[in-house]
Design a protein around this ligand. Sequence first.
Ligand code: PLP
Length: 440
Amino acid sequence: QSSDDALPEGATETERLDKQYVFGTWSYQSEVSPTEVTGGSGVRFTTADGSEYIDFSGQLMCSNLGHSADTVADAMAEQAREGAYFAPGFTTEPRAKLGEKLAEVTPGNLSRTFFSTSGTEAVEAAIKIARMYTGKQKIISRYRSYHGATAGSISVTGDPRRLMSEPGVPGSIKAPDPYAYGSTLEPMESLEYIDEMLMLEGDTVAAVLVEPVVGSNGILAPPKEYLPRLKEIAHDHGALLICDEVMSGFGRTGEWFGCDVFDVTPDIMSMAKGLSGAYAPLGATIVTDEIATHFEDEMFCHGHTYAGHPVACAAGLAAVTSYQDQDLISHANRVGEYLGERLEELAAKHPSVGETRGVGLFRGVELTKDPDERVPFGHRSDKISMGSTVVDEVSAAAWEEGVYVGNMINTLIIAPPLPITEDDVDEAVAALDVALEVSD
Ligand code: PLP
């Protein structure tokens, strides 16, 4: 039995039931206090007490299309009525057409997709495909990364969420990052380190796995030349490049995918979140023609009951078509520039803002105790921590001002739905302006 202590006075029946019967994720259950959401529209959502919030984080950086889009809802309802589920051995129009659509919007010769139901599974499939294709086992990933929660994907995750699962799946090796606030390692130096790691591991590494623009670990975009050089280094050592685009994909960076910012086509790409605009649990792993061809005569030894679920694929097809029809990628690029400028104004005004960074509608505001020495606010020390109490307090103050903005590792994570307007940005930035007084 969990205690009701964390629930506020006047909690709704739904909040009480949820608190008692449902696990809260990544948390001490005694501290969980679920807030009932009753609906959303566009870039805003409403809680049970009638309050409305700007969704400045796009929920978990996944509501790329905004809330309650009829196009997606109608496509899902239609598919559910016609036939909600058929086994993966059969095909349906949404699945086939979404496969074709992904080959169209992803870069280069990425062409054949394995569908799953989450980012975690998309990464698991990417790892498994790399191992089957290369015949090698090891995966190099980086410390400032998150790749998912299951055995394989948490093992290749670099952030503290991996610690409870260690030692994890053998062969998961961590490399240094191209950039972190306060780090003394130059981004391109970190590549030399990876080059050396690949050499020292011998011919045993299947792939190097990176988020092209790091998401939950603080929105970290490497220099332009980093990703192309990383691909070269990986290939020189017979390893593949896997880009995890679960968070950075589908317009988030102002391009279709994070790797488009760097003009790089990876060998394998994992996707989820924005793929369905968060209307349905949907993950996807796309591979190059070359890898696809390999499996013509080699068993593709992988699958799930809900691989290519028709309703989820209908949501994905409608969402990706909406990004195209509404020209949302270039909209995100344009409004993203404006967002970047407005956040810079906050940085100039508030001493506790160490740095703002990012691309498109994918921005981080890193807080600091001391901008000169780049000292982070102390992390909560009693638990595996992804942040500090101070940045939590800033998020809470923004909530009071009508803006939902999540945070990780001392950084406010800004990733609103792509249709956000400049007026919405102004409203949200005004709220942050007030909220940041808490940390100044
Ligand atoms: N990969 C990246 C880059 C992510 O940001 C996430 C989730 O935040 C995942 C994988 C895992 O996705 P999911 O939570 O859908 O399993």
